[in-house]
Design a protein. Structure first.
Length: 152
């Protein structure tokens, strides 16, 4: 059986929408690594989902995972709502098309490839890895924001 992988994710956007960044801190046994990226024009919620997507894409198929995030949007969505949205044709309770549908669909596919426990953690509360993921996601968003200002 594979070792358990612990993932902490975060997303950030400067302005909403605006330049954004995502990050994940992953650990497995004694090994620890970080991944991150940026998007020119996005929302904080899109970055939260993207962080989870990129983290799950970066690990071996069939991994046992605990994914922690301070995003209630991500955790509540994956624990309680995504399967319902799928059954309802990706419509919300008002019958309107769901925001971020493509990202949610990708998360459902990735969830099927792994054994994932989705865990909410309070942001900015000293959770191991969360502070690091938060800072890295913000750094990516800030770098993109600065690059945009230099070009303008």
């Amino acid at each position: 059986m594979r070792e358990h992988i612990h993932i902490v994710t975060d997303g950030s956007a400067i302005g909403n929408p605006g330049p954004g960044g995502w990050a994940a801190v992953l650990s497995c046994g004694q090994k620890r690594w970080r991944i991150s990226g940026a998007v020119e024009h996005t929302t904080a919620n899109e970055m939260e989902l993207t962080a989870a997507i990129q983290a799950l894409k970066s690990i071996d198929f069939g991994s046992r995972v605990t994914l922690c995030s301070d995003s209630e949007y991500l955790i509540r969505g994956m624990r309680h709502l995504a399967d319902r949205w799928l059954r309802q044709g990706w419509r919300n309770t008002r019958g309107r098309p769901l925001r971020d549908q493509a990202l949610w669909q990708t998360l459902l596919i990735l969830r099927a490839n792994h054994f994932v426990e989705w865990r909410w953690v309070r942001g900015h509360d000293g959770h191991p890895g969360q502070t690091e993921a938060d800072a890295l996601a913000y750094m990516e968003a800030r770098r993109t924001w600065l690059a945009r200002r230099l070009v303008a």
